[in-house]
Design a protein around this ligand. Structure first.
Ligand code: NAI
Length: 329
């Protein structure tokens, strides 16, 4: 058995985590779950968004499967996700998205977003100025170099052809200017991989019009966050796309979506995004065959189209979709 930390989180988190664990067990993933609180659920119990014992467990077991969390709105609450990424230096946010037959509006998408996960505007440094506030956008050479190298190494290892850098260097000449300059420099180390760059606004239009032209994208934190939601929309919505937060020692796998308070507790959430994150986790652990078995079952279930949740245009419950995937394993 392989130990992992399970973080059910808030909103639809516990519902989809339960569904995903039942599929992992049925597929023979052979995992031992160590369950810990995080987010609003934890705050309500003990006054901490990330209790020390949760951090300790992640440090010990090194791999976590995480449900979404709700960040309480108000002063003094930093995002749980940002804090986790900083606590374990999870500098890469890897978000693959590809088209699903019968489901996706676009049938020609196969894009991996590599998002820098530790700096940019997400450092959360804001301060008051006369008549308003300012936020700090931080871009440094070490953080930029390691994410750009990760993107090129990922492309090399996964037989990808092109890496595109996303930026706004025309306006942000020093911060995004640095990101783009380092990208162009590091690209020279990978002569077999094509590279280009796009300004974020043009990139949004390009992705909607010609998604087939894009392969691996690398971006500072904010643009990566936005663009990966846009790409999720191209392939069928947030209920389908996964993400991995990767550092040197620790890896945390989660869906791209949030805690979906509008549908929490109704038993209608789509568990596939988190399930796909679990497949990335299995790959990371060297259990690729189990991951492939689950991916095939997801594709068959989506193709059958008989047990689709509401976000996919059906009326199935989380349980019905889960059972259909298990039956297709
Ligand atoms: P959201 O992603 O939770 O929901 C956006 C829309 O997508 C909603 O209509 C929701 O019902 C739908 N949706 C999301 N996941 C779904 C699923 N699995 N199945 C079916 N429909 C699904 O974004 P929102 O509403 O902006 O954020 C809610 C909370 O989640 C906020 O507190 C936010 O801070 C947090 N959040 C947490 C994230 C994380 O923990 N990784 C990521 C994004 C937001």
């Amino acid at each position: 058995m392989t130990d992992i930390v399970l973080l059910p989180g808030d909103g639809i988190g516990p519902e989809i985590v339960e569904a995903v664990c039942s599929i992992l067990d049925a597929a023979g993933a052979d995992l031992k779950y160590h369950t810990f609180d995080i987010g609003q659920t934890s705050y309500d119990k003990c006054g901490e968004l990330i209790p020390a014992e949760t951090l300790e467990a992640i440090k010990k077991y090194k791999v976590a499967l995480k449900g979404p969390v709700t960040t309480p709105v108000g002063k003094g609450f930093r995002s749980v996700n940002v804090n986790l990424r900083l606590a374990f230096d999870l500098y890469t946010n890897l978000r693959p998205a590809y088209s699903f037959a019968n489901i996706s509006k676009y049938q020609n998408v196969d894009i991996v977003t590599v998002r820098e996960n530790t700096e940019d505007l997400y450092i959360g440094e804001e301060h008051e100025i006369e008549n308003g506030f300012e936020a700090i956008k931080r871009i440094t050479v070490p953080a930029t170099d390691r994410i750009i190298r990760y993107a090129f190494e990922y492309a090399k290892e996964n037989n990808r052809k092109k890496v595109t850098c996303i930026h706004k260097a025309n306006i942000l000449k020093q911060t995004d200017g640095l990101f783009l300059a380092r990208f162009r420099e590091i690209a020279k180390e990978y002569p077999t991989i094509a590279f280009d760059d796009k300004i974020i606004d043009n990139m949004c239009m390009q992705l909607v019009m010609y998604p087939e032209k894009y392969d691996v994208l690398v971006a500072p934190n904010l643009y990566g966050d936005i663009i990966s939601d846009l790409i999720a929309g191209l392939v069928g919505g947030l209920g389908l796309v996964p993400g991995a937060n990767l550092g040197k020692d620790v890896a945390i796998f989660e869906a791209v979506h949030g805690s979906a308070p509008d549908i929490a507790g109704q038993g209608i959430a789509n568990p596939i995004a988190l399930l796909q994150a679990a497949v990335m986790m299995l790959d990371h652990m060297g259990k690729k065959e189990i991951g492939k078995k689950i991916t095939d079952a997801i594709l068959k279930t989506l193709n059958d189209g008989k047990a689709l949740t509401k976000d996919l245009g059906g009326s199935a419950t989380t349980k019905e979709l889960t059972n259909a995937i298990i039956a297709n394993l």
